[in-house]
Design a protein around this ligand. Structure first.
Ligand code: NAP
Length: 238
């Protein structure tokens, strides 16, 4: 007979989309420290830091596979998750491009790559996996401070900014459509962080950002509706 201790039955589970490395991986590591169970996704078959994390924490990390730009991958992931629910669904995956390239210079292919990956694909993931979020569970997406229209006074990173602003707008529509369901929803601005994407000039380390990102995501529990927040829990102007 299987017995379940109170601790096990109360354990929270997160699904992190894009947890192979960088900020998504660090979120997985941080949630483990807080006694969560984590399912993290990677793409491809290569070993990643997430695989090593799973080995260091036997039974506490599940690894799944999805390339968020591939609708058939999303559908297959959704069907593999039948019967599972999550207390936190967070889509972290994203890409950037040459930050000095203006909207007048970018090729249609590059524009499409960034917009499809950063704006369309996270929303497709949320649409597909929404019914896997537990009652009152939190839905999050990694946006960026660069996605703020109000704060864009100096340009730069034009295409990336546009992709995150579009993501923010799609999330507002999603939240409006699902308002009655009373899920807390967060568009997260993690700060400029030293990762492969953020580069070595970024002022924040992963340790500066991610424990605070997780604090902020956990703090919205019980507060339904969409917020655009930075890693310290401060509201970012749209
Ligand atoms: P990163 O080190 O480049 O990691 C990007 C992550 O996204 C990797 O796990 C990558 O998986 C995954 N990914 C990319 N395209 C994907 C796809 N099509 N399907 C599935 N996964 C995909 O970047 P990061 O700095 O950790 O950034 C993570 C998120 O934070 C992004 O959304 C980014 O825009 C946002 N952000 C970052 C900063 C910053 O300063 N670093 C600031 C604001 C916002 P692979 O390993 O398979 O490539």
């Amino acid at each position: 007979m299987t017995t379940t201790t109170p601790t096990q039955s109360a354990q929270k589970t997160a699904l992190l989309i894009g947890a192979s490395r960088g900020l998504g991986y660090a979120m997985a590591e941080e949630l483990l420290k807080r006694a969560w169970h984590v399912m993290g996704t990677v793409r491809g078959s290569a070993q990643t830091p997430l695989h090593a994390l799973a080995q260091r924490h036997p039974g506490r990390v599940d690894i799944e596979h999805v390339d968020i730009t591939m609708p058939d991958h999303i559908a297959a992931l959704r069907s593999r998750l039948d019967g599972r629910t999550f207390d936190l669904l967070f889509v972290n995956a994203g890409v950037t491009n040459n930050q000095s390239e203006t909207i007048g210079e970018v090729s249609t292919e590059e524009f499409t790559r960034v917009m499809v990956t950063n704006a369309l694909s996270p929303m497709r993931v949320l649409e597909a996996l929404y019914d896997r979020v537990a009652d009152g569970g939190t839905i999050g997406v990694m946006s960026s401070g660069q996605g703020s229209v109000a704060n864009n006074t100096n340009g730069m990173r034009e295409v990336y900014r546009g992709s995150k602003a579009a993501l923010n707008m799609f999330m507002r529509s999603f939240a409006a459509r699902h308002g009655a369901d009373r899920h807390p929803m967060v568009l997260m601005a993690p700060g400029w962080v030293r990762t492969d994407m953020g580069g070595s000039d970024a002022p924040l380390t992963i340790e500066d950002s991610i424990p605070n990102v997780v604090n902020t995501l956990l703090a919205v529990h019980g507060n339904p509706g969409l917020q655009y927040l930075d890693y310290l829990g401060r509201t970012v102007p749209w």
